[in-house]
Design a protein. Structure first.
Length: 255
């Protein structure tokens, strides 16, 4: 259910706010009454209304001063103020608009005039609120776009850094594996010669040493092959495959 607009009537004459009350209550507005300037300011601060009908001539703080303080308050300055007065002098109207009023109603009140002005400025106030919401939404959307652009730039920069690091790692892995392959091939070759030509003349310990050399040479060759394969991973297309983690863990533990 839509909230009914609230109107604050500020007037030190009971007859005036009774007349305005009769006019406005029939239209379904929620009404609040203040009989002095300080009371009006306190009321507006505690429960900001949608519109204020403000008498100019009041004892103590007059309507002009009340309007000045309303417009000086960031939380209340957007509330539309319509001045009411028994005097329709041009100077009064000019002063009213100078202080920030949106309209001016003279006494005695005419029901049609009061209702027309109240409806108009409530509608205009709603439009201003809508414009403000749209502006805030646009500002938020612009901020989100700016954040996304910054995030995208950071992702691109980070991706470039990772690609550069991967290329360096690939180059290093290739260089190391290539440099290790030649001396390992010599070790493996000489170990094979020992096994083939001298195995029979070696004692048990010598034969065991030859077996250890051959076995570890083969393992080292496998490690180099794996290192070369790893160096080419960055250029290969990624493929998903299931992995038996239990078997993998057991193999690592046994090695």
């Amino acid at each position: 259910m839509e909230k009914r607009p609230t109107i604050l009537i500020v007037d030190d004459t009971p007859d005036n706010f009774r007349i305005l009350g009769d006019i406005l209550e029939d239209e379904g507005y929620d009404l609040r009454i203040a009989t002095s300037g300080p009371q009006a300011l306190a009321n507006a601060q505690s429960f900001p209304p949608d519109l204020i009908l403000l008498d100019i001539l009041m004892p103590g703080m007059d309507g002009y001063e009340v309007c000045q303080q309303l417009k000086a308050n960031p939380d209340l300055r957007i509330i539309p103020v319509i001045f009411i007065s028994a005097l329709g002098l041009a100077e009064q109207k000019i002063q009213a608009f100078r202080e920030g009023a949106v309209d001016y109603i003279t006494k005695p009140f005419q029901t049609d005039e009061v209702m027309a002005r109240v409806r108009t400025h409530l509608q205009l106030s709603k439009l201003e609120e809508l414009k403000h919401e749209i502006a805030e939404r646009k500002r938020a959307e612009a901020e989100i776009r700016r954040f996304n652009e910054q995030l995208e730039r950071r992702v691109i920069e980070r991706t470039a850094q990772l690609e550069a690091a991967n290329k360096e790692l690939e180059a290093f892995a290739y260089s190391v594996s290539h440099d290790l392959r030649a001396p390992l091939r010599a070790i493996d070759g000489y170990a094979a010669i020992l096994v083939e030509d001298y195995m029979k003349v070696l004692d048990a310990e010598g034969q065991h040493v030859c077996d250890v050399i051959c076995t570890n040479a083969r393992r080292m060759g496998q490690l180099i092959d794996d290192l070369l394969a790893f160096s080419r991973l960055g250029r290969a297309e990624m493929q998903w495959a299931p992995v038996d983690m239990e078997s993998l863990a057991r193999g690592v533990f046994e090695e």
